[in-house]
Design a protein around this ligand. Structure first.
Ligand SMILES: [Zn+2]
Length: 276
């Protein structure tokens, strides 16, 4: 997460046949025999929604990857009088219809038209805080140029770009795909930036100790370090630093080293971190 703490999520468990026996869940296997089911349990729950919010959001509010956003584009019509309103609303509806039926890969895109009696700035901020990926402003001057002003949630709030009506569909699809990839890359880069291979105990302790003990600043991250496999070492590190083993990576290469705690022989690295 952005404060460099680990969040346990999406755990999976192999339950064997125990639960199937208790609940009489059976199936017919390839040989035609009746067998108790081999069951699994996947902890993919609301916690993952929390993880999405924590991993991507910023000081301006929610940031949602386009593929899971409930809506993708907010159209904000801007006008001063009834005459302009008629003109602008007609164009806004045309824009909305133009964006209807679009898909980002297999995700249908949804557009909202925000006609509320609020300033354009208030409406912009409303949608920024909600994390909507794209905001489209339409005013009388844009109609003259057959274009709209588009702002992206992954750019500065005031940064806008004029896009011609004829390029709107292409721009929307390309930009949302770019944002989806961009958010992922940013989160991945952040994780990589704060995942360190640490071999010295002193460095390990320094990594997980804030400079300001009274009001700890954001510190630490993932430490990829050797562990001998003994629970005593796990306990000691937890007691000293509130740091625990978060993950024993499948893809970890076999590699001899010294346990970060006791210095005894270790065959592989594990991931240590502070967690919620
Ligand atoms: Zn050890």
């Amino acid at each position: 997460m952005q404060d460099r703490k680990a969040l346990q999520s999406g755990t999976s468990h192999f339950l064997g046949q125990n639960f199937a026996k208790a609940s009489e869940i059976k199936f017919q296997n390839r040989k035609g025999e009746i067998e108790y089911a081999w069951t699994t349990s996947w902890g993919v729950s609301t916690r993952l929604i929390g993880a999405i919010i924590m991993a991507h959001s910023d000081d301006n509010g929610l940031v949602l990857p386009p593929k899971i956003a409930p809506a993708h584009i907010a159209i904000i019509p801007i006008y001063r009088d009834a005459e302009e309103q008629k003109q602008v609303m007609t164009f806004a509806e045309k824009v909305q219809n133009n964006l209807k039926g679009l898909y980002l890969d297999d995700v249908p895109l949804y557009t909202e038209v925000d006609t509320r009696d609020m300033t354009s700035s208030e409406r912009n901020w409303y949608w920024i805080k909600k994390g909507i990926p794209l905001r489209i402003e339409i005013g009388p001057r844009d109609i003259v140029h057959n274009s709209v002003m588009i702002a992206r949630r992954d750019k500065e709030p005031k940064e806008k770009q004029a896009v011609n009506y004829n390029d709107l569909v292409t721009y929307t699809l390309q930009t949302l795909a770019e944002m989806q990839q961009g958010y992922f890359q940013r989160a991945l880069d952040f994780r990589n930036r704060w995942t360190l291979e640490i071999d010295e105990k002193e460095e390990f302790y320094r990594f997980f100790t804030p400079v300001n003990l009274e009001q700890p600043e954001i510190h630490g991250g993932f430490a990829s370090a050797h562990w001998c496999g003994k629970s005593d070492c796990e306990e000691k590190i937890k007691e000293d630093l509130k740091v625990t083993i978060r993950c024993i990576p499948f893809e970890a290469k076999e590699e001899t080293g010294k346990c970060i705690c006791c210095g005894e022989k270790s065959k592989r690295r594990v991931i240590f971190a502070k967690a919620y």
